[in-house]
Write a new protein. Structure first.
Length: 252
């Protein structure tokens, strides 16, 4: 079953079109890695899937698990099982990390975490951050770890991750990516990961590499191979080369 379908999507901001006629299909229980040059609209796409403003859909549809969500609000999409990890998680003063985590778990704020939840908090190395304001004074890696933990506590069916590997050190990247992979395997959820780097592929088991180029998404197998081609040949030549290979296969 398709968990997500994006059909002929046209997206703009303040009258300026950013994405024009984008099509994408994501399958259940799969991970997709999306590459693309700066300014190609990768962040715009996943923010639009989540329903984040100021991105406006002027035509096309977004369908999640068979239901058209194009006109649904962010909270409606979240309740259906979509969760977004930002490239730059913001600071939130006045709210403790522990309180937000309990909200994600639908717990009463006076209730303590159970042993399983405490173990996961410890695995993310966030036990000493629980009483601090959200992301205030956190490093890049600490912010990303805190945000991913929030997402996992929400138990989403689809994780949208905007450059989870940016601004993090090698150790944090390994922890974040390994926990993403563990969650996918245990929950049967899907992920759609935007990245400029290939290091995350050391920990995420993905069979799908997508390239967003000129508002068209090109999907190929073997993400590691695609990433190496991008580094050697650039986006345009990589896409052209792979499509010629696929065409030859289809004609055999």
């Amino acid at each position: 079953m398709h968990i997500l379908e994006v059909r002929d999507l046209v997206v703009g901001v303040e009258g300026k079109t950013i994405l024009s006629g984008v099509n994408l299909i994501l399958e259940e229980k799969e991970s997709y890695i999306m590459f693309g040059p700066n300014g190609s609209g990768k962040s715009t796409l996943i923010n639009t899937i989540m329903g984040i403003k100021p991105y406006e859909v002027s035509s096309g549809n977004i369908v999640f698990m068979g239901e058209d969500i194009t006109n649904k609000s962010v909270d409606e999409r979240a309740k259906l099982g979509i969760s977004l990890g930002f490239q730059y998680p913001p600071e939130i003063t006045g709210i403790k990390l522990s309180d937000l985590l309990k909200i994600c778990l639908d717990k009463d704020l006076k209730t303590d975490f159970n042993q399983e939840e405490k173990s996961l908090i410890e695995a993310f190395r966030l036990s000493n951050f629980l009483e601090r304001n959200i992301n205030v004074g956190f490093s890049g890696g600490e912010r990303k770890r805190a945000e991913l933990l929030q997402m996992i506590f929400l138990k989403p069916k689809l994780l949208l991750l905007d450059e989870p590997d940016s601004g993090v050190d090698v150790e944090s990247l390994k922890l974040i990516a390994s926990e993403i992979q563990k969650y996918i395997e245990n929950s049967g959820s899907s992920t759609f990961i935007v990245t400029h780097k290939g290091d995350i592929l050391d920990y995420i088991k993905s069979k799908h590499a997508c390239i967003l180029l000129d508002s068209k998404i090109h999907c190929f197998p073997e993400p590691r191979h695609i990433y190496e081609l991008i580094k050697k040949k650039g986006y345009d030549e990589c896409v052209s080369c792979q499509e010629k290979i696929i065409e030859r296969w289809n004609n055999v």
